[in-house]
Design a protein around this ligand. Structure first.
Ligand code: SAM
Length: 369
């Protein structure tokens, strides 16, 4: 099968580092690898590049300012190797400007470059946001100590395409109906014109069995007992420090490709994309510069039998309206200097009276059915 994949995307002189039934890993620089790959040979590029993080991670991120210039050559190759109806999906985290509570624009500049550069010219099919409900509140200085910013819990996911019409179907990624939609389906809906001008016809109350998901993908990144991690522990390998959860590539692989289509992850890391494709029977190639990450990724495929790999667990999350105190007192005055002066100690979220109001709010509005 690997030969078929090799043939499908022709990787030239590059050897496979490890292969499984539907794909293989390549150790090396993905820019050089892509130069060997045939034009229009890939259906989906699903990837999470090294982020232009302020605090450098162990796998060598490029500085935020140089990021876009560094990425450009990849963009040119991405465009060339993608089939006309193919897609490029990039999961990219934001970054803080060093020493001040403002955000870098690098991931937006990257998006603009990929769409506006005359040699690349992708279309933005849709922007997605991956919300990690388990994300810790960082950076502590702005969020926990000075209390002047909120928790940054989403990554941007840019879905780009060569034409405005990439192949796609949202029926592949339906989500269960919410409780309120189930109630509405049960009790019926009166067709009417909404204040926004949207005409909600009686078709709205047809039960399709499941809902069309929004462009907010809620998946925690809390893998703690996977086969991959146990394999790393058993062999004494360092697990990859910036893995995405399998549900993220799975969403796009399902929505944007068919069985036997070719998926490429040029910044493959621990080969989550490869594992997902193996399970979904897409041909795949994952490339990474760091052999250590690939060595550990081999564990994902060691069992050989793809049926052993379990699909992602389904779970749901609810986000409360941020109105815990909206009828109460503001806990304290806003500091006129915008938090420039570091407080002697971290201000409490609320005054004692405010805390009591929070508790009452939760009791009355959230815990009661
Ligand atoms: C954010 S990580 C990807 C993690 C991966 N999605 C996962 O879930 O395991 C980015 C990866 O890109 C790799 N990388 C950086 N530059 C590369 C290049 N030019 N060619 C191949 N891999 C590269 C790094 O070694 C790192 O493992």
């Amino acid at each position: 099968m690997t030969d078929m994949v090799r043939k499908a995307i022709s990787v030239g002189k590059f050897k496979s580092y490890h292969s499984s039934r539907h794909g293989f890993m390549v150790h090396g620089d993905s820019l050089s690898l892509m130069k060997e790959m045939a034009d229009e040979s890939v259906d989906l590029i699903m990837t999470s590049p090294p982020f232009g993080l302020v605090r450098k991670k162990s796998y060598g991120n490029v500085d935020a300012e140089k990021y876009v210039a560094w990425f450009r050559d990849f963009g040119v190759q991405f465009r060339r190797i993608l089939k006309p109806a193919g897609s490029l999906v990039i999961d990219i985290g934001g970054a803080w400007v060093p020493g001040q509570p403002t955000r870098s624009l690098y991931h937006f500049e990257l998006l603009i470059m990929l769409c506006k550069d005359p040699e690349i010219q992708f279309h933005l099919a849709q922007e997605f946001f991956w919300w990690n409900p388990a994300k810790l509140p960082t950076p502590a200085e702005w969020v926990n100590i000075r209390r002047i910013r909120v928790k940054d819990a989403v990554n941007c996911v840019w879905w780009l395409s060569k034409t405005p019409w990439p192949k796609a179907c949202n029926k592949r990624v339906l989500t269960p109906y919410s409780t309120s939609m189930n109630t509405l389906l049960k009790n019926g809906y009166k067709a009417k014109l909404r204040p926004s001008g949207h005409d909600i016809s009686d078709k709205f109350s047809i039960d399709n069995g499941a809902a069309i998901p929004p462009n907010l993908i809620a998946v925690p990144n809390t893998e703690s007992n996977s086969y991959y991690l146990r394999y790393c522990q058993g062999k004494g390998y360092m697990p990859h420090p910036a893995r995405f959860p399998a549900a993220l590539p799975e969403f796009f692989v399902r929505m944007l490709t068919d069985r036997e289509d070719v998926v490429f992850d040029p910044f493959g890391g621990s080969c989550v994309t490869g594992e997902v494709c193996e399970r979904l029977r897409r041909k795949w190639v994952c490339c990474d510069l760091d052999e250590g990450y690939l060595k550990a990724a081999v564990g994902r495929f060691e069992r050989g039998n793809v049926k052993d790999l379990k699909p992602a667990k389904s779970s749901s999350y609810s986000l409360c309206h941020p109105a815990v105190l909206w009828n109460g007192d503001d806990p304290e005055k806003l500091s006129k200097d915008g938090g420039r002066q570091r407080p002697k100690r971290s201000p409490a979220a609320t005054t004692p009276k405010g805390r009591e109001e929070c508790r009452r709010f939760v009791q009355q509005r959230l815990l009661k059915p």
